[in-house]
Design a protein around this ligand. Sequence first.
Ligand code: ZN
Ligand code: ZN
Length: 346
Amino acid sequence: METRHVPLILVSHLVNIRYLTGFTGSAGMALMGLRQGILWVDPRYTLQAREQAEGWEVIEEKKGILKGVAAWLRKEGIRDVAIEASSLTFAQFECLRSETGNTLSMKPAGDLIEDLRVVKDRGEIEAIRGAGKVTAEAFSELLPYIRPGVVERDLATEIEYRMRKKGAEGAAFESIVASGPRSAYPHARPSSKALQESELVIFDLGAILAGYAADMTRTVFLGEPNRRVRELYSAVLKAQSGAIRSVENGAAAGEVDSSARRILAKHRLARYFTHSTGHGVGLEIHERPRLGKGETTCLRSGSVVTVEPGVYLEGFGGVRIEDTVLVGPQGPEVLTPASKECWVIS
Ligand code: ZN
Ligand code: ZN
């Protein structure tokens, strides 16, 4: 904060509030200074905030959190505060301004807290490792249920049930189960379609543990795969393994993306790979860094990213393989250890 000349920041993004204070409630605002931290909550959360936000002054606000923040700023005579431009709404901005008598100057804080979140500490890594294990185990247990006639939505329900039974707080995102031609939609929602013989099926799932997410995709084929399916699968698998190998401390994020693309290009499949290779994972399912084309940000030891190349052929289907990977001091470590030999012979 000192180097960026931000003496005071009003934190409104709940995930960032959780990251800084430990408070997990669904409403609140935090003001972080160089020497002090205040957390405003409504009466539903007073006790919880006092328990969770160690070292923070907790203020209970009965008549609106924002009004409380504004009153405090006014009382303290504060004229300048940095805000989180991508989470504070325009209505909140206006309210702060009018409630302080139009004397408050608000500037965007930049991605100060998001930048801190990029490198995980030991506790955070353990949480993601746990989430990855639950995710991988839930999928392995699901395999016997994957057969013709089973409905996509039922498999998605089964995934979430199994993750919760294993101690997950829930799913980090709505699980994807997409079969046949629907597997060509990278972000299909599970439907009432039943799986059929000789179809590709994409499963994209992730558990949350202690607030932290994991993210994993596996693709299976129902039946004896023909040559085309084998080629697609093995090309994506090679692209994924190659990209995982390039996940190293100091490597440019874009380099991981281009190693996946290079391998798919050798198989003439690059044009079917329509999204970026991966993204950071942590308290949020999509966070920094982005592993996309031309990204120059360097990966740092302690970051956790996904590596998820995929190819999508309209009318035919898709293949995607994704793991959550830790940028370790000795190289990449896969945190979602589920088998990638997922041919289901019915
Ligand atoms: Zn995913
Ligand atoms: Zn992902």
